[in-house]
Structures are given as structure tokens and as C-alpha cells.
Design a protein around this ligand. Structure first.
Ligand code: S3P
Length: 439
């Protein structure tokens, strides 16, 4: 699938974006492990989260949809059934890493597989600490999928300092910690998204969080059972980020994005853009288990910045969009401490460098970051044919960047946009973008 985009101006509108991907995965997982019926509204029906549903259905959990709401008949922490075939996580890193923590504690064997992108992503970061907990896991010799998990008598809790800033690793260990003898203790030197901690609390699971300076400590005891819960999921900030970018870089634009999650561990992009001079207002803030707001964005003149490395983990999925903003800002933007970008659905430092090169931007790629020479407020990208390497966020960031190209741009290999934002093209059209999809 490819998108063709013409440059634009005057984007206007009030939109909503689909449900939060991270929260949707966690809601299905905890509801499946609870004892009884949970209802989930606002669930993201993207391929990644549908993969999580299928995985739990393959383990005997009854999950159905009625009137836009998902009903999950939870089987209890030990009630899952052994799957009769390999569990296919398709493109979803979050799903495979978080579910590994649950599967390591089951009384049945499982084999975890995924598509070619997921099969090249690092899994030792989860299998190593799970082994320390006594789990019996094996992966390919490169430390990638397929992962095979064999049952063990019991898991033991560990005290673990995360070697990489990864919410997926943290969450994998927290899920395993639900089953482990003793108290699981996790130390996080860089704070990553805390959706698992919030969702555990929402389901009534006692979890203790504390801080010393920048380091966060989490403690979790084994639990015997989980009560079901009704969950309402807000719009995904990462999906909203593309429309924040669109309004900022397109002349005479104003977009209001309703009911978006503004969890403080997710909105580094917003802080970075405001530092660059972006005109972004948060309205109608709510403070439920995940805070939300309506986000109003207007065209802004951006200036280059040296990105505070502390923000990187809290805007890791927004980096492709941030690189586009930096490319159209006045002056130089420097990003360091972002090596994790190389482990995503594609090597996002490399692939975004290729995108910027096609757009005619001058930049210097480094091992853990990039320095970008912004084209400034009057600058235009060279219209191009962009290869998104089947990475949904690269495809969407490049499509939005095309609003500032000097002609029509084609973005190739966009099929995976449906993993996180199935109606992306429709929402683009709602705000007045000239974009078409070709199968
Ligand atoms: C996610 C964590 C992040 C993020 C991913 C979703 C999560 O991955 O990139 O899209 O839901 O926990 P890492 O933990 O690998 O940084």
C-alpha cells in the first residue's frame, strides 16, 4: 500500500484519534487474567492490539465485541489454556514482550512468533531477566523470535535494575511478578511510560512506587486473584502527534484533537515542541486513571533546539515526527541518547535519515542521535518517493512532512499503518489534507 500526498495549507478541524495502543494491550491482558467479565471501551482496533486479543482467545479467553465495546470473560491468573499452535504476535513488540511475562508462569508450553520485523527485534532484554526469575525460555541464537517457553514449578521474584529504558521490559517483569514468590523490585534510572503501573492499580493490584532523585523504584508482591474492571481508553497521544505536527508545519492551520491521553511519561514531544516555540494549548483536562485533555494546535514558527536527553524516553515513538518538525525549524536541532530508536519496527535513526535525505534536508546521523539543519519557516522539502520500510510511524511522519514538499510525494509500504492507526488517511482528509491511498 502507498500514500500519495500533495502539499497543503489551511488545515482545520476537530478530530479524535483511535484509542491508546499501550493501554489497549494492557487492558486486554489484565481483563483476561481477572476473574469475571470486564468491559473495555475506546479500545484500539489496530492490528497490534487485535493480535493481543487473538493470543488470549487462543488460550481460551472469550473476547467479544458489542456496540463498540469489548467484553472479556477473564479466566483468572491460572485459568489460561495451553495454545494448540504457536502464538502469533505479528508486528507487535509490546504484545510479545508483555505476554512473555505471563506465559513464563503458565503450566503449559508456548511458542511465540511474529512477522519479519518483529522476528528481527531484540528479545534477550526480556528472556535474560525472566531466566533470573527461574523461567525456562529459549530464543534463536541471535536472541530473537521464535521464543519457546516451557513450564517451571514456580517463578521467584528478583530485584532488577533495567539496563535499557524500556517500558516493555519493565512491564514484562511486572506481569511475571504477579506470579512470583516474594517481592519483585524494579529500578528504573530513566522513567518510561507507566501504563502498566496505572492499569495494575486500576484493577486493584497493590503496587508501590517511590523515587530517589531521578530513579524510580517499583515493588510488587505476588497476587492470588484479580477482580474484573470496566476500562475506558483515551485517544493515543502518539497518533495525535501526527496531527500536532501537521497543524504546526502547515500555514494557516488550527486543529483541535479531543480526548487525548496526556500521561506525563508520554508527552515529551509536547515539551520539546513548546521549547521550539510551538503554540499548543491543553483544554478540558481530566484526571482519571490516565489523564486526558483536548489539544489545540496552531501553525507555529519553530526554532531548533538541543533536545534534553531526559525527554527522549518520553517521546520515543514521536521521534520520527520530531525529526520532521526539526527539519522545518529555523536553525540546528541536536538529538543524543536515542540509540533505542534502532530497535523499533525499523532502525528509525537510519530510516528517518533516508527520509530526510530524500526530502533534501542536511543532517548528520550519529550512533545515538542526529543533528538536523532546519530549513526554516519558508523552507520546503523536495517532493520525493519515500520508503517507509513497513514502519507505521515512519510512514505517517513522512506523509505529514509531505505537506511541506514542493510537489506530490509518494510514501511506499504503508500497510502497517493499520497496526496503530487504521483510519489515519480518513482523519487526514477530515482536516483537509490531500492524501490518497493506493493498494
Ligand atoms: C511501549 C513501550 C515502548 C514504545 C512502544 C510501546 C509500551 O517500547 O516504543 O511503542 O506499550 O510499553 P520500549 O519499551 O521498547 O521502549
Amino acid at each position: 500500500m502507498q500514500f500519495k500526498i500533495k502539499n497543503g495549507k489551511g488545515l482545520k478541524g476537530e478530530i479524535t484519534v483511535p484509542g491508546d495502543k499501550s493501554i489497549s494491550h494492557r487492558a486486554i491482558m489484565l481483563a483476561s487474567l481477572a476473574e469475571g467479565k470486564s468491559k473495555i471501551s475506546g479500545f484500539l482496533e489496530g492490528e497490534d492490539c487485535l493480535a493481543t486479543i487473538e493470543v488470549f482467545q487462543n488460550m481460551g479467553v472469550n473476547i467479544s465485541k458489542s456496540k463498540g465495546m469489548f467484553m472479556v470473560e477473564g479466566k483468572g491468573l491460572k485459568g489460561l489454556e495451553g495454545p494448540t499452535s504457536p502464538l502469533d504476535f505479528r508486528n507487535s513488540g509490546t504484545s510479545v514482550r508483555l505476554c512473555s511475562g505471563v506465559l513464563a508462569a503458565q503450566e503449559f508450553s508456548s511458542t511465540l512468533i511474529g512477522d519479519s520485523s518483529l522476528s528481527s527485534r531484540p528479545m534477550k532484554r526480556i528472556t535474560d531477566p525472566l531466566s533470573l526469575m527461574g523461567a525456562n525460555t529459549s530464543s534463536s541464537k541471535e536472541g530473537t523470535l521464535p521464543i519457546r517457553i516451557e513450564p517451571v514449578d514456580s517463578l521467584k521474584s528478583i530485584k532488577y535494575s533495567l539496563p535499557v529504558a524500556s517500558a516493555q521490559v519493565k512491564s514484562c517483569l511486572l506481569f511475571a511478578g504477579l506470579y512470583s514468590e516474594g517481592i519483585t523490585e524494579i529500578e528504573e534510572k530513566v522513567t518510561t511510560r507507566d501504563h502498566t503501573e496505572r492499569m495494575f492499580k486500576k484493577f486493584g493490584i497493590p503496587i508501590e512506587e517511590s523515587r530517589y532523585k531521578a530513579t524510580k523504584f517499583i515493588k510488587l508482591d505476588r497476587v492470588e486473584s484479580i477482580n474484573p474492571m470496566d476500562i475506558d481508553i483515551c485517544g493515543d497521544f502518539s497518533s495525535a502527534s501526527f496531527f500536532i505536527l501537521a497543524a504546526l508545519i502547515t500555514s494557516n492551520s488550527e486543529i483541535l484533537i479531543r480526548n487525548v491521553g496526556i500521561n506525563p511519561t508520554r508527552i515529551g514531544f509536547l515539551h520539546a515542541l513548546r521549547h521550539m516555540g510551538a503554540n499548543i494549548e491543553l483544554q478540558n483536562k481530566t484526571d482519571s486513571f490516565e489523564p486526558t485533555a483536548d489539544i489545540l494546535v496552531r501553525t507555529s514558527e519553530l526554532k531548533g533546539i538541543t533536545l534534553n536527553t531526559n525527554l527522549v524516553a518520553n517521546m520515543i515513538d514521536e521521534m520520527p515526527a520530531f525529526f520532521i518538525a526539526a527539519s522545518l525549524a529555523e536553525g540546528i536541532t541536536k538529538v543524543k541518547g536515542a540509540k533505542e530508536l534502532r530497535t523499533k519496527e525499523s532502525d528509525r535513526l537510519q530510516v528517518m535519515s533516508e527520509v530526510l535525505d530524500s526530502f533534501g534536508v542536511k543532517f548528520q546521523q550519529e550512533i545515538d542521535g542526529i543533528t538536523i539543519n532546519g530549513l526554516g519557516k519558508a523552507g520546503m522539502f523536495r517532493s520525493a518517493e519515500i520508503n517507509s520500510h513497513e514502519d507505521h510511524r515512519i510512514a505517517m511522519a513522512s506523509s505529514i512532512g509531505s505537506l511541506r514538499a514542493d510537489g506530490e510525494t509518494t510514501v511506499l509500504k504503508c500497510l502497517n499503518v493499520k497496526t496503530s492507526f487504521p483510519n489515519f488517511v480518513d482523519v487526514c482528509k477530515q482536516v483537509g489534507m490531500n492524501i490518497e491511498r493506493y493498494e
